[in-house]
Design a protein around this ligand. Sequence first.
Ligand code: ZN
Ligand code: ZN
Ligand code: FE
Length: 747
Amino acid sequence: MAAFRIDVKGIVQGVGFRPFVHRLVEKWGFTGWVQNTSYGARLELNGAREGLLRVVEALKAEAPPLAMIESVEFCEVPEQDFDGFEIIPSEAGEHMETLVSPDVGICADCRRELLTPGDRRYKYPFINCTNCGPRFTIIKSVPYDRASTSMADFPMCADCAREFGDIRDRRYHAQPDCCPVCGPRCFYLDAEGREVPGDAIESARRELKRGGIVCVKGLGGMHLACLPLEGAARELRRRKRRDEKPFALMCRDTDCARRLCRVSGAEAAALESFRKPIVLLEKRSARELEYLSENGSLGIMLPYTPLHVLLMGEDIDCLVMTSANISDTPIISDNGAAVSELAGIADGFLLHNRTIQTRCDDSLIRIFSGREYPLRRSRGYVPYPVTVPVGGRYLACGAEQKASFCLSKPGHAFPSQHMGDLKNAETLDNWERQIEHFSALFDIRPEAIACDLHPDYLSTAYAEERSEAEGIPLLRVQHHHAHMAACMADNGLEGECLGLIWDGTGYGSDGGIWGGEVLAGGFGGFSRVGSIRPIALAGGDAAIDDIWRAGAALLLDAGCDTARFAGEEGFETIIKMLKTGTNSPKSSGMGRLFDGAAAILGIRRRAGYEGQGAILLEAAADDGEAGSLGFDLAEADGLLTLDWRPAVREMAASDEGAGTLAARFMNMLIDAAAEQLLRAARGCGLRRVVLSGGVFQNMYIMKRLPARLERAGLEVYTHSRVSTNDEGLSLGQLMVLEAHHVLGGTA
Ligand code: ZN
Ligand code: ZN
Ligand code: FE
């Protein structure tokens, strides 16, 4: 016999951890207690030594899916007399960490009950338990209990209350627990918004099978759904005015996903995880389903609410599921707004009477190197914190187009969900209200604020106002430095390293437009050691949509003929602007180089959505092509500049196909990056390289560049906790702020 004191560190509150401990200890017949602490939980147990060691193991290995166990430590203590096992109150006066769980996809137990005739929740679309169901999107305030959620409208019936109070029940303390007697209900409205009598889900299924478009209320907002038939999907594009951007699909199960895409073991695990993200998968044939996605991949998710499970039933394998919003506004979350704003778009509405408190879009990830590679960190992930070495309470305001924010308290950073483009007034309003909501939930009053260096970002304006109003310091962080810091924090790096930061546009320390940078430094500061030859943007931002303008700029600068663009609107004017430099700011953005190459190769001349040129160039590239194109590296004043003109001359003169040249173009970038980084590494003695920025959503490059750099002796770090695009940048700003605050330099 022995007695152990066991300290569990991590997120264990509100995730069914104590009932799990209760069952575990009961199984072994041990006595003692468990208590919540500020860092997690503490147990004291009497029992056989062998069994106690097994319990220590099980606390780590078998913890409920929502618990995030950072460590389990134990020591031996004198044996005491316990009367069985009990859950004892938290120590008085101890500051409790309040953590809020993300929304969790339906678990296997609930799914089984949902589909079992005779179960009292048979076909009940709001079934949930301690391990699954809505959380973040229904919480109004903390402490987290039913009264502070959307479920306050639905008093528990006696049966549900009994389950809620029984520690042996799998719904013990499940705040959103409900049933057909006491819980929410769903209903179906026709295109005019009139309720259709009868089974709501059956009505929706009928409309979908007829080829109609149905608005479906999910966890964090509404979707527009239709069958993945060409006619229905094209009609959805037409009505939603979403011409080319890929649609995501919801597949009934992983086998259905496998019929459309290749699915690796890690990808299947991600699809089926409780987070239920959209996983970008490689299509079986790139030419298939082009009306859903014009590139080689398809975003697929599995049904994550019981409502989705019932909607797909036995016979719908696949549904197009796209966020219901109109031109860049936030996802629609309110029943009334759905009916009014989607008039003329949806043929019917499958809604319910549980309020969405907080909007949260579907998350989007890839699997890269067996790990998650986030592209949009949202439902299922948010608002869980990431563990980072931060000591203060801060707010970082992110960028603008892929907006986010990040709040911190010692040890943890809380990145927000996907927010969209702040230039949209409703999005800006939602972003500001979410900052308030997170601050209240996690009890964070920032002592300092970070924002981008860009003077015109709306996030910068907000940060300036708040800093002034509250008299707290403001730090402006250079865009690519923030990207670099985000990837360092993502990987737990400290000290100094190199950063290869390739993205579209960011405000440079010199007031110029940057975006193809090699930086050296750490959280505390950086120097710019490499870049690319700047590209003239005729008409400024207009060149980001009219990407042939970037193509013309590359050709002119390389001394090539621009006649291939002669048919484009405003051609003469643009060429004149480029030749005289009128209204043509220069950008070292890697995204612009991709745009120009896509235009020169005849892949795309106008971008219908952000990054389309680069996405289609990647999709066009011949995977087996080993050839490359020429480039120069020019060194001046410690800056190693990639000169792309030799590559442009080759592309302009070649009669090889676009697929071959697209591959050679990216192979050239890989060659150039390797040489640039190796020379920089020799110069500063750093061997660690972080890769960040939106361009690293390109999998052609991700499959090749890190391996290439590692073969050359560099250590390469990529994202796995926050996104590589601007959405992940707020975490980096926060880490830079922490470094400056510690040094006392934020004023
Ligand atoms: Zn469940
Ligand atoms: Zn009930
Ligand atoms: Fe960026």
